[in-house]
Design a protein around this ligand. Structure first.
Ligand SMILES: [Zn+2]
Ligand SMILES: [Zn+2]
Length: 317
């Protein structure tokens, strides 16, 4: 029997889970962002302006779903350079589009205790919480381990690519936290502020990283339920059409790729590699000695990535 990890029966809605508009320090209005993202095939868009949750439900239509959210932040204070201070940023996404409470945040009140208090407050007020741009936080993995109650991890942050591409995609931190026992779902996002326009400017921060959300319908409750179940994966290009386990093997079908790999809790991995100048679209490998979980990583010919969450033995397969 096929045990689906990524079901081909679900629709995959393309989402930008982190953005800034003229409601905070972004350059484009919510209406302009909707127009630009919708034109490029996005269906879900988290308007996550700084510090204040705002609903943009008026922008919803049958092909576009605004998520009610905001970005909270707290940073170390002191004499050292701003760039040397640890800063923890996280998105809170309301489970209801219009019925929400604010989560008070004092950005100068930096401590792990305060970070965890804010997250607990957000969860009590029915928000989904994600860690943002983990590299830019200057946190060690030990510090991330102390953060409690977070469900999502921004595995790709596009604006950070403009400060140095190696900072934007953080699979090492993600895998380390998974191996230490954290349950986190991977999100891709732009964190677009649109400082560098037009959209084809080399340092434009839109359309770089996104999340595929697997659901039956584009409805607020369905999208939130998919996020809660972990029916999401991070991508900067490749798509994973289906993945399942059967009789001790993992099968996956993807968009054209240079490599499709199974990673795991242990050092046991497997990969299908395209011959030079060719592309592949399938992986079939043994799940042997992989420990508590496996996950999929796809790289296309242009170096774009897709990465799934961890799928747990005994729960997911
Ligand atoms: Zn931020
Ligand atoms: Zn941001």
């Amino acid at each position: 029997m096929k045990n689906y990890l990524i079901s081909p029966k679900k629709k995959q809605f393309k989402a930008n889970m982190h953005s800034h508009s003229t409601c905070s320090d972004g350059r484009l209005t919510p209406e302009e962002l909707k127009e630009a993202y919708k034109a490029r095939g996005y269906s879900v868009f988290a308007f996550s302006d700084h510090l204040k949750v705002q609903s943009h439900s008026d922008l919803a239509d049958e092909d576009f779903l605004p998520l009610t959210s905001c970005e909270l932040d707290v940073a170390q204070q002191g004499d050292n350079s701003f760039n040397l201070r640890k800063a923890f940023h996280f998105n809170i996404i309301s489970r209801h589009p219009d019925d929400f409470q604010q989560v008070p945040c004092n950005p100068r009140n930096y401590s792990m205790e305060y970070i965890n208090e804010m997250i607990a407050d957000a969860r009590a007020k029915n928000y989904f919480v994600t860690i943002n741009h983990p590299n830019w936080a200057l946190f060690t993995e030990d510090e991330f381990m102390q953060v409690e109650g977070v469900s999502g991890f921004e595995l790709y942050n596009c604006i950070t690519a403009n400060f140095g591409g190696a900072l934007s995609f953080t699979p090492d931190i993600y895998l380390d936290l998974l191996r230490r026992g954290k349950r986190l779902y991977p999100f891709g996002a732009d964190d677009n502020h649109s400082f560098c326009l037009p959209f084809d400017h080399p340092q434009n921060d839109s359309f770089g990283g996104f999340t595929y959300i697997l659901a039956d319908r584009l409805e607020y409750d369905e999208i939130i339920a998919a996020m809660d179940k972990g029916d999401v994966y991070c991508s900067t290009g490749p798509q994973i059409f289906e993945a399942y386990t059967k009789d001790g093997k993992l099968y996956a079908k993807t968009s054209p790729a240079a490599q499709i790999a199974m990673l795991s809790e242990s050092g046991a991995t497997a990969a299908a590699n395209a011959p030079d100048g060719e592309e592949i679209g399938e992986l079939c490998c043994d799940i042997d000695g992989t420990g508590k979980f496996i996950l999929l990583h796809v790289v296309d010919g242009e170096g774009n990535h897709a990465m799934t969450r961890a799928f747990y033995k005994g729960e997911d397969y």
